[in-house]
Write a protein that binds this ligand. Sequence first.
Ligand SMILES: [Zn+2]
Length: 250
Amino acid sequence: MLTVDAHSHLGSCRVFDSDQRAGDLLAAMDRHGVHVSVVQPFPGAPDPAAVHDMIGQLARDEPGRIFGMASLSPHQDAGAYRAEVERCVRELGFVGVKAHALGHAINPRSRDARLIFQTAADLGIPVMVHTGHGVPFAEPVMWLPLAREFAETTVILGHAGAPMFTGPAIVAGEVAENIVLETSWCSPHDIGRAIKSLGPERVLFGSDLHFNPGVELAKYHAIGLAEDVLRLTLGENALRVFSIGSPVQA
Ligand SMILES: [Zn+2]
């Protein structure tokens, strides 16, 4: 079964004091049967553009296996922000952009939050929003106005509000059909509730950190999902959301 990790990181992180190396990421994918990973810099990367280049290189080295997601602070000159995201998409082939509500301190009601959504809409890519830790900015419902304004843009609620705000994340999904939930750090119970409430097409497997894919996959297998639901949530939904047409073969 094709397995796509919708949420993974590369490089170092001054905000959460962590580090993820390409070798560790690829080894974890092999160990846990993850065929494709969508990879982004951490917030607090000392040089996000350099990490974008590193991810772009890894994607060229591992065709069909690694796809990039841009992540940088929007609290800068709007033109410079847009230029870097556009470079990632047009030159490096990236498939999404991240709004890190906590790590980049993004108020969902701010013009800089809007800049991210406008940039994504102009480039035709989905936005992943960090939700959960870091309220009020990371409270899922706070992102509803932007999700509704940019109704043509797919909005991925990263971590689906875990651990405290999975309920609001599901409510946000019920209100805005362009919202999908990525479930790293969610409880198995909440993953099951999200699938039941929103349908199996709108829930995505993600790991966040390289030691975590096995744990996250075990949750999906633990809740007794039907084979066709597993196929969607573990792989096919991510291919659709990120418009990945040429993954490696499972
Ligand atoms: Zn993350």
